[in-house]
Every structure is written in C-alpha cells, then in structure tokens.
Write a protein that binds this ligand. Structure first.
Ligand code: SF4
Length: 466
C-alpha cells in the first residue's frame, strides 16, 4: 500500500518560511517519497523549488536561498493519479490573477474526467487531478474571480478525496473535502497571546518539528484561511453527513505513530489494535514480534494483553525507501529481503506471533513467513491489525484491483495455506473500530465495499474494477 501525499502551508512574517516548510516536509516524508517541492510568495511573485526524490535530496542550501517570502506551501508526493515524473511534482503553479496560484493536494478525485470534459479540457492535457484543480481555479481567476470566489465555485464541483493548501500571495487557504478522507490540521507559531504565524499540515508532527502548537483539525468541508492578519474559518461545504469519513488506514498504517487524528494518538490506537487481536483468540507462543514499523505498536499491545513476551525478530533497512516499486511478484518477494532481515538468535526454535498491519497481494507476507522459517522459527502465527482488504480504493491510496487482492479471492484458511503460516487471524472490523475508539466515523470501503462517496465506477467513468 502506498500513501497519497503530504501537504503543508505556512504564513509567518519575519521567519524563514521556506526552511519551516522544508522541516515540516521531513515530518511528512512517509506520505510520499517520489517528489517534493516548496513554493513561496516573495512579495511579487511565486518562487518554486521541486524535484523528484526525497526532501533531503531536493533541497540544497543554494536553492533554498531562492525561496524568499513570508508565506509558503510544501508537498511530498506519491503519485496515485496522473504522471509520476518531474512535471507532475507539486506544488502546482498557475500564473493567474495578481499573485498567481500555488496548490498542493493530498487525495484523489473521482470525477476528474467529468470535470475536464465540462471545462473543455482535452483528455491527457492534465498532468494529474491536482493539476486539473489548479486549472479550474485559474480559469475562474482569469475570468475575473478572486481566488476565494474561485474556490467557492470550484470546490463544490469536486468529488472524491482532497485536502488542499492553496497559496494566493501571502494568504493560504486550507480545505478538506466534505467527507474528510485525508487529514489536515491547524497549528500556531508563537503563543496564544502573541502568535508569530499559522500553519496548515497533513499531520501534527509537521507542527511539532517547527515548534508550532496544535490548534485543531480542519473540519470536513471547512475552508481555513491563514494570512499575516491571522486565521479565519468557514464551512464552505456542508459535511457529507454527521460523521467524518477519515480513511481508517491512516490509523492502521499511513499516519506517523506520533500523529493525533480525531483526538487520538495513532500509536495508542495501534497498541489497542494488538490488545483486541489478542483477545480474539488464544495462541500458545514464546515471542510476539511486530513487522517494522507500523506492526510494532500492535505487537506490543498483543504481548501486553496475552502475557507472551514481546521481542524484536526483524531488523529493517531504513535506507530502502517506501518508493521502491517492484515490477513483478518475484521482485516484490525479493523486496522483503532487501528491507527486512531476521534476528536469528531471537527467533530460532521459537513459536512466534508475528503482527503486521495488512496483507495486500500476499507476496511479501509469504516471503516473510518463509524467511522466518529459514531463520529457524518453530511456528509462525500471523496476526493482522486490519480486516481483510477486499475492495479497491478510489480516494488516494494505491491499492490493486480485486483480481490482485488476496482476500478478495481466497478464504482465510486458504490464505493461511498460501502464506505457509501455522495460524492466521485478522482483527474484526468492530474490534478495529473499538481500538480507534470511534463510533463508525471512518471510511472503511476497502474492507466493506461501502463507498461513502462516488467512485469513477459509480459515475460510469471507468469499467467495473471489482
Ligand atoms: S477505501 Fe480504504 S484506503 Fe481508501 S480511503 Fe477508504 S479506508 Fe482508506
């Protein structure tokens, strides 16, 4: 599974906004490792640095000097829509209006083709759905609208998932789609009495690293505007229902463990997932271990609840990026060995409970089980902190079609046999919800097939990928 993107927007007069944006992007690197970029407004025009690669390789002391100004937005990208090359890296820029527009997008639209068609834009002219949003805004601004008017007009026509930051001079607008599929939060630099600036960011650690304090999350359908004058907010679109539809996999896998989402720290929620998994069925074992990184908190929770000792059984190579794209099944299986190596003395002869966050195609999990057995594990009991993935995602997560999703094609006993483990248990959806301490407010469409918003299939734009 691949994340969508990370966004940040900062207005801080007198501070080096470019450096603040870059520091925040380091904290959002896990959300996209294909490209990174920062655009600032220097008082006259937009300055832009973007390139393919990690934040650490895109920005240099030299090119950051070009990024002057009191306002800026930043982006880390994993392409879930459109091209994956330099031109599609974000922020996306349009030179419309007095100051131009710069835009960063996390999510995926579901009605891209319809929007393009309605605006008379030829298929293939847009680099991505984010590029299309920028184009639609610039059309309105070229016709005389202010950027705010353009947002008021264009945003309600978008369907699917979007958390956006849009820079208009020294003003930055942040908005979440009416379902709130992707996160976005507000932070403050300085103190309550003497604010020094305002921040919008995908996850709260992007605030922590620059010394900003968390204020609150942007609400679904809400438009938040930050400028040198302060912060303001209004409900641009009514929320899709009473309940937010934040992606449940933000809790399971995507978000950093130190992120707060809907008032819950992700690490704590993951620990509770492990506790719930342990309560679902008893297993006799000698060691509980997590698959790094997101499986580890759940493994700790499983160990605490089951009384089986927790330990480390795998070492992760941190220099293999999540952006590594394996071209076929065999390469995906080899990718496990590139990323993970067993701690043989910890696992030889032991009955292991191995906790992981998800099984997608099963190729890597199968290779992992084989690797643990080769290293001498006496038994391998797999515990998965998400229910079986059965349906594709249209809201910004790169999940394969149903043909390739293991759980869409095999029963749990068949999956256990395919993976070669001694036992297999997925957390149930009620237990996952209980672990997050939510009352059904998340999107869980890839688990249930209940899509809370339109999909390209329901709109008749794509053939049925189910
Ligand atoms: S379909 Fe799944 S991955 Fe996509 S937004 Fe919903 S919960 Fe997240």
């Amino acid at each position: 599974m691949k994340e969508a993107c990370g966004v940040v927007g900062i207005v801080a007069p007198g501070r080096s906004v470019a450096h603040l944006c870059i520091d925040s992007l380091y904290a959002l690197q896990h959300r996209g490792q294909e490209s990174a970029g920062v655009a600032t407004f220097d008082g006259e025009s937009i300055r832009l640095v973007k390139d393919n690669g990690l934040v650490s390789s895109v920005f240099t002391e030299h090119n950051v000097l070009m990024l002057g100004g009191d306002a800026g937005i930043g982006h880390t990208r994993y392409a879930t829509s459109g091209l994956a090359n330099w031109t599609a890296a974000q922020p996306v820029i349009r030179y419309s209006g007095a100051h131009g527009i710069a835009l960063g997008h996390n999510g995926n639209l579901t009605n891209t083709e319809m929007l393009a068609d309605k605006a008379g834009i030829l298929p293939g002219m847009m680099l991505s759905d984010s590029d299309l949003i920028a184009e639609l805004l610039s059309h309105r601004v070229d016709d005389g609208d202010s950027v705010v008017d353009a947002l008021d007009h264009v945003l309600p026509t978008l369907e699917g998932a979007y958390s956006l930051v849009v820079m208009d001079g020294t003003t930055i607008h942040g908005v979440r789609d009416p379902h709130g599929f992707r996160p976005l939060c507000i932070g403050r630099l300085g103190t309550d009495d003497a604010p020094e600036g305002w921040v919008l960011a995908s996850e709260s650690p992007a605030l922590d690293v620059i010394g900003a304090s968390f204020v609150r999350e942007v609400l679904p359908g809400e438009l938040v505007t930050i400028s040198p004058l302060g912060v303001s907010a209004r409900q641009l679109m009514p929320p899709s229902s009473d309940r937010e539809k934040l992606c449940i996999f933000e809790f399971v896998y995507f978000a950093r463990p130190d992120t707060y989402l809907m008032g819950h720290q992700v690490h704590t929620a993951r620990r509770r997932m492990g506790e719930r998994l342990a309560s679902q069925s008893r297993v006799e074992a000698d060691l509980v271990m997590g698959v790094p990184d997101s499986g580890v908190p759940a493994a700790e929770g499983f160990a605490a609840a089951s009384g089986i000792p927790f330990g480390y059984g795998l070492v992760k190579n941190r220099y293999i990026g999540r952006s590594f794209i394996a071209p076929d099944q065999r390469a995906r299986a080899n990718a496990v060995r590139r990323k993970l190596n067993p701690l043989r003395e910890n696992i030889a002869g032991k009955r292991l409970v191995v906790v992981d966050d998800s099984i997608v195609r099963g190729t890597t999990t199968r290779a992992l089980v084989a690797m643990l057995r080769d290293a001498g594990a006496a038994e391998v009991h797999l515990r998965i902190s998400s229910p079986p993935l059965m349906w594709p995602c249209y809201y910004g997560i790169d999940l394969p079609t149903r043909d390739e999703l293991l759980a869409a094609n095999l029963s749990v006993p068949e999956i256990r046999d395919y993976l070669g483990c001694d036992s297999l248990e997925y957390i149930t959806l009620p237990n996952l919800r209980a672990a997050i301490q939510l009352d059904g407010e998340c999107c869980d469409a890839c688990l249930t097939g209940n899509y809370p918003s339109t999909t390209p299939v329901s709109l008749g734009l794509w053939g049925d990928r189910r």
